[in-house]
Design a protein. Structure first.
Length: 420
């Protein structure tokens, strides 16, 4: 048995799960990643990155490594890689769904469910031993609650996106959709195109295209060609037309934005205060020889580079005590170079801001800061004094470019919490 506190053992062995890229799509929008520094780790044939502030529980166990965030007795989230006890882990999970996924370019099976004897939720990813050259290997993550799963989604997404196997290039860690080469299947669709299933947030994306076989089931493709990066903005529609390769290339891609062929489709929602917009991407396969698969990969994978990211640790709201002052800090990274200022809007409800860096102004229940951008980053700090009475309150932080041109719009979402 792995040496660990009993409550941790229950979480790890009964609630093991992994938020793989495709399997996590059912979740609601997540809160941003909290960690700012990452460290590369190695386990057997794989390397991956872990937040620097996560603690290693099993330093002396060769067949399993477990990292956690928070109290070791009641962790907020647990991530593990293991080459043993995989059947026991699956046996403790009430499996609700399972399906094929790809992590680090290798095929695996995801098992989504809830622990049989405790609260929590998650997924276990078990690799096919033939895919990884023999042996057993699983990645797992345990969440004590749905709220924890939502809060740490972006962190787990980055961990999974960083997985790489020794030897050979890994397939992109985005969701692959395959499209038929039979023109009759497109004929009945407006514009002769089919939509990609995910909805895309603002950012730069690489578009990977590769052959998926005669039935469209060879996923991820054994080889692919990368196009872009392309800018994607909420409220816009895009179309990728896959064409036969020329000059020895695997394939070609014609990329269109709001073109005539997709004008009959409704306009996706744009960013609005408190509501994130998205873009929709359509695809048509004109290559002719076989099915082709497409996946859109955000530049930087949510780590270095990519779309703007808000770092704000919402766990601080669980520590608010009546009449006391608390420091709230937020940072935005990957700000476009043309944006010089950001507007930080802190919704404090029953509380008040007693000081801030930089200084701002009160507007009803809001405190507004204008923050300068330096080297692609901006940080706003406030000192909040909680109301003297113990009661339920609400919080939200909205960050947007100033003046607002929709280049940056981020939100922590409205969070209810108890003033203790």
């Amino acid at each position: 048995m792995i040496p660990m506190p009993i409550s941790m053992r229950r979480v790890v062995l009964k609630s093991f799960c992994i938020t793989a890229m495709a399997a996590i799509l059912f979740l609601a929008a997540s809160h941003p990643a909290f960690s700012q520094n990452w460290i590369k780790r190695t386990f057997g044939p794989i390397t991956f990155e872990i937040p620097a502030d996560w603690k290693l529980l099993t330093d002396d166990v060769a067949t399993q490594k477990i990292w956690y965030k928070g109290d070791p007795e009641e962790p907020d989230v647990v991530f593990s890689v293991t080459s043993s006890d995989i059947d026991d882990i699956l046996g403790a999970l009430k499996i609700e769904s399972k399906g094929a996924v790809t992590v680090g370019g290798k095929r695996a099976i995801s098992h989504t469910g809830t622990p049989k004897e405790e609260s929590g939720r998650g997924i276990v990813i078990v690799f096919d031993s033939n895919e990884i050259g023999g042996g057993a290997l699983a990645l797992a993550c345990a969440f004590p609650s749905d709220e924890s799963m939502r809060r740490y989604k972006s962190v787990i997404d980055r961990i999974l996106g960083s997985v790489a196997f020794a030897g050979g290039a890994a397939a992109p860690g985005c969701h692959w959709d395959s499209f038929t080469n039979d023109p009759r299947q497109f004929a009945a669709q407006p514009g002769g195109v089919l939509p990609l299933r995910p909805q895309y947030k603002r950012g730069k994306y690489l578009v990977h295209v590769g052959p998926a076989g005669k039935q469209g089931l060879d996923l991820p493709p054994k080889k692919w060609r990368t196009f872009g990066p392309y800018d994607i903005t909420p409220g816009d529609k895009y179309c990728g037309i896959i064409q036969a390769g020329r000059g020895g290339n695997l394939c070609e891609l014609l990329w269109e934005k709001n073109s005539v062929r997709i004008e009959m489709y409704s306009k996706p929602p744009v960013d609005k205060p408190g509501l994130d917009g998205h873009a929709v991407v359509y695809v048509r396969n004109e290559a002719g020889d076989q099915w082709y698969a497409v996946c859109l990969d955000p530049v930087g994978g949510g780590g270095a580079g990519g779309a703007p990211v808000l770092d704000f640790d919402t766990s601080v709201l669980q520590k608010i005590k009546s009449g006391e002052t608390h420091t709230l800090k937020a940072r935005v990274r990957h700000i476009p170079p043309e944006v010089k200022k950001l507007k930080f809007s802190w919704y404090l409800h029953l509380n008040e801001c007693v000081s801030a860096v930089p200084a701002g102004n009160k507007a009803n229940f809001w405190y507004i800061q204008i923050v300068d951008v330096r080297n692609g980053e901006a940080e706003g700090n406030i000192v909040m004094k909680a109301e003297a009475q113990k009661r339920e309150s609400s919080f939200n932080l909205i960050v947007q470019d100033e003046p607002y041109t929709q280049k940056v719009f981020l939100s922590s979402k409205t969070i209810s919490y108890q003033i203790r």
